[in-house]
Design a protein around this ligand. Structure first.
Ligand code: FES
Ligand code: FES
Length: 162
C-alpha cells in the first residue's frame, strides 16, 4: 500500500507516495538514490545507516518512513561542508578509514555530537559511537579522529593538539 509523505531531505522539500511498510533507509536509498547511508545489518545493530532526523542521529533502518512525515532528514550527502571536510581529513590522517563502510554513519553521528559538545572528551565520543560497528580500524582511531577534528573546528575551546 502507498501513502502520502511530506518530508524535507537535505534542505529540499519532497512530497509523494511511498510504500507504507518501507523503512526510512530504503526510502532514501531506493526512492531518492541517496546511498551514503549504508545498509549493513538492517536491524539497528551496526550504525551504518545513521542519518539526522530533526537534528538527532537515528538508525534509519529502524524508522518507518511514514514516521518522518513533516520532519527534516539530513544524510551524509547533505552535510558536505567545512565541518564534514575536517572530519573526513581527520579520519584519513589518523587511519580511521579502511573499507569505509562504517564511515558515513560515524561522521553523521560525530556531527550530531559536535552540535552538542564542541570539544568532546574520549568518554563522550565513545558514548556517542555506541551502536556503531567498525570491523576494520578499531574504535581508538575513530575516537582520535573525532577529537582531532573537533579541536580544529573549535580551536578556541580545544586543548593542545596531540
Ligand atoms: S543498517 Fe541500520 S543499524 Fe545497521
Ligand atoms: S572502515 Fe571498514 S567497517 Fe569501518
Amino acid at each position: 500500500m502507498r501513502q502520502m509523505l511530506k518530508v524535507t531531505v537535505n534542505g529540499y522539500p519532497w512530497e509523494g507516495l511511498v510504500k507504507s511498510d518501507q523503512s526510512l533507509l530504503d526510502f532514501l536509498r531506493d526512492e531518492l538514490g541517496l546511498t551514503g547511508a549504508k545498509k549493513g545489518c538492517d536491524g539497528g545493530e551496526c550504525g551504518a545507516c545513521v542519518v539526522l532526523l530533526d537534528g538527532r542521529a537515528v538508525n534509519s533502518c529502524l524508522i518507518p518512513v511514514l514516521d518522518v512525515n513533516n520532519c527534516e532528514v539530513r544524510t551524509i550527502e547533505g552535510l558536505q561542508d567545512e565541518q564534514t571536510n575536517q572530519l573526513q581529513d581527520a579520519f584519513v590522517s589518523v587511519g580511521a578509514v579502511q573499507c569505509g563502510f562504517c564511515t558515513p554513519g560515524m561522521i553523521v553521528a560525530a556531527r550530531a555530537l559536535l552540535a552538542e559538545v564542541h570539544n568532546p572528551g574520549e568518554e563522550e565520543i565513545r558514548e556517542a559511537m555506541v551502536g556503531h560497528l567498525c570491523r576494520c580500524t578499531g574504535y581508538t582511531r575513530i575516537a582520535a579522529a573525532i577529537k582531532l577534528a573537533a579541536s580544529r573546528i573549535n580551536p578556541e575551546t580545544a586543548g593542545p593538539e596531540r
